[in-house]
Design a protein around this ligand. Structure first.
Ligand code: HEM
Ligand code: HEM
Length: 134
């Protein structure tokens, strides 16, 4: 059960960090520090999610069960894909040399980030129902 609690704890902390990172980009853009805090919180959240998935994947493997046997795992995997692509889009906004692409990348990043947090919430609800809590 310890890996499940570690998975739960890290994912919940990641959700809180990512929500705060999104709130900062939405409401604190007039502050000088907003981008630093947005990047810091979101990258920390992505690292926590990755560690939590590695922990649970090792636990599923050592208990002999097949991977992806519950719907929760699919919500989680979808969230994971966006957790990797959203920061990549964020960095691409600053790296692109073609200025005409910046507005499109911003829009993609904003929507990718919003969908990421919704998928995280869905995975968390499915995770709790897996444990019989909801
Ligand atoms: C954003 C949040 C979450 C994500 C992205 C996520 C992701 C995943 C993924 C990808 C797996 C599949 C691992 C595999 O089959 O190798 C998994 C398994 C699991 N998760 Fe989560 N998870 C999240 C939150 C939670 C929460 C909050 C709980 C508990 C309340 C939880 C409980 C579990 C359990 C018990 C398994 C093992 C399922 C099994 O035995 O096959 N997860 N999770
Ligand atoms: C998992 C990681 C990330 C998530 C989930 C995320 C999510 C978001 C969301 C939802 C917004 C729009 C907020 C709103 O106004 O409604 C946003 C804005 C923004 N993010 Fe991120 N972000 C992430 C990482 C990054 C990174 C790594 C960078 C920079 C390298 C970045 C740079 C920006 C910028 C510049 C904006 C403002 C875009 C605009 O002006 O519309 N983000 N982010």
């Amino acid at each position: 059960m310890i890996p499940v609690y570690l998975h739960l704890g890290l994912m919940s902390a990641a959700f809180l960090a990512m929500s705060s990172g999104i709130v900062v980009s939405r409401f604190c853009k007039k502050k000088k520090w907003w981008l630093k805090v947005h990047k810091g919180l979101n990258i920390t959240a992505a690292v926590m999610v990755l560690s939590a998935v590695v922990i649970i994947a090792i636990s599923v493997r050592t208990s002999g069960g097949p991977h992806f046997r519950v719907s929760h795992a699919f919500y989680g995997a979808a969230a994971l894909i966006l957790i990797a692509s959203t920061p990549a889009l964020g960095f691409a906004m600053f790296k692109t040399k073609d200025k005409t692409k910046i507005a499109g990348l911003k829009k993609l990043h904003r929507w990718s980030g919003r969908i990421t947090i919704v998928l995280m919430a869905a995975a968390i609800i499915a995770g709790f129902s897996l444990l019989g809590i909801f």
